[in-house]
Design a protein around this ligand. Structure first.
Ligand SMILES: *[C@@H]1O[C@H](CO)[C@@H](O)[C@H](O)[C@H]1NC(C)=O
Ligand SMILES: *[C@@H]1O[C@H](CO)[C@@H](O)[C@H](O)[C@H]1NC(C)=O
Ligand SMILES: *[C@@H]1O[C@H](CO)[C@@H](O)[C@H](O)[C@H]1NC(C)=O
Length: 228
C-alpha cells in the first residue's frame, strides 16, 4: 500500500491500463552542465578504462551538442573537445593538447535528450535531508537495435521537477564490445552562455581517430539517453 502511494500518477495510469499517457520526459531545449564519466570496455580480450570530466552543452533547437573534456586513459590525460553538428552531419573531435582536429561524418539523426515513454518509471525518491531535499525520478529502459548490433540496459535519473539530468548508467554491448558507462551531471544551467562552444577551430581535417578508448567512448554516445 505504501509503495503504491509513492508511485507517480503516470505509473498508476499504466497500472490501470489507461489510454496513452506521457511517462517519459525531455530535458529543457538548451542547457549546459558538468559531466563526470567512468567507462569500461572489452573487445577481443582487450579491456580498457576511461574516465573524464566534461563541460557539456546541449542545444535541442539547433540540433547540436558540444563537450570540452579532460579524459584519462592508460595512455595518459588529454584535453579533448567534441562537437556534433546534426544539421551539417559532422562530428568534430579536437585534440586540444596537440591542436589537431578530426572531422568525421555523423551517420545518424539528431535525437532529443528525452526519456522515451516506453521507459519504466522505477523509483521516485529524493536526495538531501530534512527541509533541503530534491525529488529524483529513476527510469529503466532496454535498447535493442539489431541493425547496430546493440543490446543495452539504461538506468537514468532526472530531477522529478524539470527533467534535469542527474545520472545515467548504460550496460550491455554494441558491435561486439561489452561495456559499462556510468555518468553523472552536476551544475546544470539553463541556456547556452556562449554559442562559440559549437564553433570548430580552423585546423580540422578528416582523418579518422586512432585513439581506441576515446573512439569507443564516442561510439556509445549515440545510445546515451542524454546523448552526451
Ligand atoms: C592528443 O595529442 C597528444 C600529444 O601529441 C597525443 O599523445 C594523444 O594521443 C592525442 N590524443 C588523441 C585523442 O588523439
Ligand atoms: C559547481 O558550481 C560551484 C558553484 O558555482 C563551483 O564552486 C564548483 O566548482 C562547480 N563544480 C563543478 C564540478 O563544476
Ligand atoms: C552546423 O551546421 C549548420 C547547417 O549546415 C551550419 O549553418 C552551422 O554553421 C554549423 N555549425 C558549425 C559549428 O559548424
Amino acid at each position: 500500500m505504501l509503495r503504491l502511494a509513492l508511485l507517480s500518477a503516470c505509473a498508476l495510469y499504466v497500472l490501470s491500463n489507461a489510454p496513452s499517457v506521457n511517462c517519459g520526459c525531455c530535458t529543457p531545449e538548451q542547457w549546459e552542465g558538468t559531466e563526470g564519466l567512468l567507462g569500461g570496455y572489452y573487445r577481443w580480450f582487450r579491456p580498457s578504462l576511461i574516465s573524464s570530466g566534461s563541460r557539456v552543452a546541449y542545444d535541442g533547437m539547433g540540433k547540436r551538442v558540444a563537450a570540452v573534456s579532460s579524459v584519462q586513459t592508460k595512455r595518459g590525460r588529454f584535453l579533448v573537445r567534441v562537437i556534433e553538428n546534426f544539421s551539417e552531419g559532422t562530428l568534430y573531435m579536437i585534440n586540444l593538447s596537440r591542436k589537431k582536429c578530426r572531422k568525421l561524418p555523423l551517420e545518424r539523426e539528431f535525437r532529443k535528450a528525452c526519456i522515451p515513454d516506453r521507459a519504466k518509471l522505477m523509483s521516485e525518491s529524493y536526495i538531501g535531508a530534512g527541509d533541503n531535499t530534491l525529488g529524483i525520478s529513476g527510469y529503466a529502459l532496454r535498447i535493442d537495435n539489431k541493425k547496430k548490433r546493440a543490446l543495452l540496459d539504461a538506468f537514468v535519473t532526472v530531477t522529478t521537477e524539470g527533467c534535469i539530468p542527474v545520472s545515467e548508467t548504460l550496460t550491455g554491448s554494441v558491435r561486439g564490445v561489452s561495456f559499462l558507462d556510468i555518468i553523472g551531471y552536476v551544475n546544470v544551467t539553463a541556456g547556452i552562455e556562449d554559442e562559440k562552444v559549437f564553433d570548430p577551430p580552423s585546423y580540422c581535417d578528416d582523418e579518422p581517430t586512432d585513439d581506441f578508448e576515446i573512439q569507443e567512448s564516442q561510439l556509445y554516445r549515440e545510445f546515451r539517453i542524454f546523448g552526451m
